[in-house]
Design a protein around this ligand. Structure first.
Ligand SMILES: Cc1ncc(COP(=O)(O)O)c(C=O)c1O
Length: 452
């Protein structure tokens, strides 16, 4: 492609003019053009591959479904078609899309000061640290803020190495901790890891939910003199399909890690902040990790915000030189304003309690549907609003996600792991929408069943 600066400017301006227009005045012809342009721009400037994977392209019929506005648990495309969102941005929209209180906080801060000078002390970051310290498990007190989940896990890995002076990690099979190089080392799926090897040295994977395997690896590492800094683990494996460990798993991990002098890092990027029916996933077993990672919902689904957090004792290793880990945009004032607003909504609306009650409600219906359509639905499980549905075959999983999409319900079904579908809506989704979703869900199961 050759350079065309004038065209770049006119194209930037064309989109900005549309953005700045009141929503009800955007001409239908412009929206139709956005639809066409978006497909073309994805193919030419983002990645053609996405167009093969996104159901918004493959299952939308003779057009692509292009996201335009959203509110609560509803998304609207450029054609004005409304979708019930039970995908929740893979855990991003715990408070729903555009929660008014979170949007208001971010807007207010935008009008005051959008980013930090990098020299003066920034009040919102410090205040967010204090607020979080008061809801995080045990004596976790200090935090470092960044923008994505993978950065949170990456920072946690650095902290563990600095504190322990050791280099190794234990991770679990099927785990997902992000895709930058550090967390990718911990990834429990070969598809994403193998083509990039070698990654960090001395990372060992064990089956999720098996505390004996962790003990064996630690004993063997000790025997051969390999230093292990930490075990990194999700309280409930999210990307793997809402896999719940046995109840004694986390208490045993805590005890084993303490015995071997290894840190326990809980990756709560997906499970944290209400998603599984408690404030944090580890709260189900009353375990305090040494380091905890948060992301996704932390910015309230409005501004990216993530962080890793630990105790005063562990944090000390970052104090002599606080530049050991730094970021220019992480923990910026708009993100912190959004995060403070999210925490306020989380507590004010009892999002964790809502997740618990609504999760039990959905799961009960799914268990009934599994009994009714056993040849289609192989297993259902979940905690709070992190629910996994296993289909009998990959093909059925794909048919299900596609059937839901054509009936205007978004679910977390992917081509990569088609057999397992996640139901992960906003924690404040209404029962009315849940019921509408469940009626459609049964309709799709019936249609798959009738094809057998
Ligand atoms: C448990 C967990 N950790 C880390 C990440 C990575 O977060 P991000 O996509 O924001 O980098 C994810 C994303 O799905 C996740 O589920």
């Amino acid at each position: 492609m050759s350079r065309n600066v004038e065209y770049a400017q006119s194209e930037a301006k064309r989109m900005l003019d549309l953005l700045l227009m009141p929503e009800d005045q955007v001409p239908a012809a412009d929206k139709a053009r956005i639809e066409q342009d978006t497909v073309e721009n994805f193919a030419n400037h983002i990645n053609k591959g996405w167009l093969k994977y996104r159901k918004s392209m493959t299952e939308a019929g003779d057009f692509a479904s292009v996201e335009w506005t959203g509110q609560g648990s509803m998304l609207t495309d450029t054609r004005g078609r409304e979708f019930i969102d039970v995908l929740g941005g893979f855990g991003l929209y715990s408070a729903g899309i555009r929660h008014p209180k979170i949007v208001a906080a971010a807007k207010a801060q935008l009008d005051r000061s959008p980013q930090y000078s990098q020299e003066m002390l920034d009040p919102l970051r410090a205040h967010l640290g204090k607020v979080l310290a008061n809801i995080l498990p045990g004596d976790i007190q200090y935090g470092f803020f960044i923008n994505s989940g993978t950065e949170a896990v990456d920072g946690a890995m650095k902290l563990a190495k600095l504190y322990t002076g050791k280099a190794g990690f234990i991770a679990t099979e099927k785990a997902f901790h992000g895709k930058t190089l550090g967390p990718l080392t911990l990834m429990g799926k070969s598809t994403y890891r193998e083509p990039l090897l070698p990654l960090l040295a001395n990372v060992r994977h064990v089956p999720f939910g098996n505390a004996d395997a962790v003990e064996q690896v630690l004993a063997s590492a000790k025997q051969v003199g390999d230093g292990i800094a930490a075990m990194v683990v999700e309280p409930i494996q999210g990307e793997a399909g809402a896999i719940i460990p046995p109840d004694d798993y986390f208490p045993r991990l805590r005890e084993i890690c303490d015995r071997y002098g290894v840190l326990l890092i809980a990756d709560e990027v997906q499970t944290g902040l209400g998603r599984t029916g408690t404030l944090f996933g580890v709260d189900h077993w009353n375990v305090t990790p040494d380091i905890i990672c948060l992301g996704k919902a932390l910015g309230g689904g409005v501004i990216p915000c993530s962080g890793f957090f630990s105790t005063a004792k562990i944090w000390e290793c970052m104090e002599p030189n606080p530049f050991m880990h730094s970021t220019t945009t992480g923990g910026n004032p708009i993100a912190c304003a959004a995060a403070l607003a999210y925490i306020n909504v989380l507590l004010e609306e009892d999002l964790a309690g809502q997740a618990k009650a609504k999760g039990e409600y959905i799961l009960e219906k799914l268990v009934t549907l599994k009994a009714k359509y056993p040849n289609v639905l192989a297993e259902v499980r979940g905690k709070g609003l992190l629910i996994g549905m296993d289909f009998a075959t990959d093909e059925m999983g794909w048919q299900f996600a596609s059937g839901m999409f054509t009936r205007q319900v978004l679910t977390a079904g992917t081509f990569n792991n088609a057999r397992t579908i996640r139901i992960e809506p906003a924690l404040n989704i209404s029962y009315e929408l849940i019921d509408r979703m469940l009626v459609i869900l049964e309709e799709v199961l019936v249609s798959i069943n009738s094809d057998l």
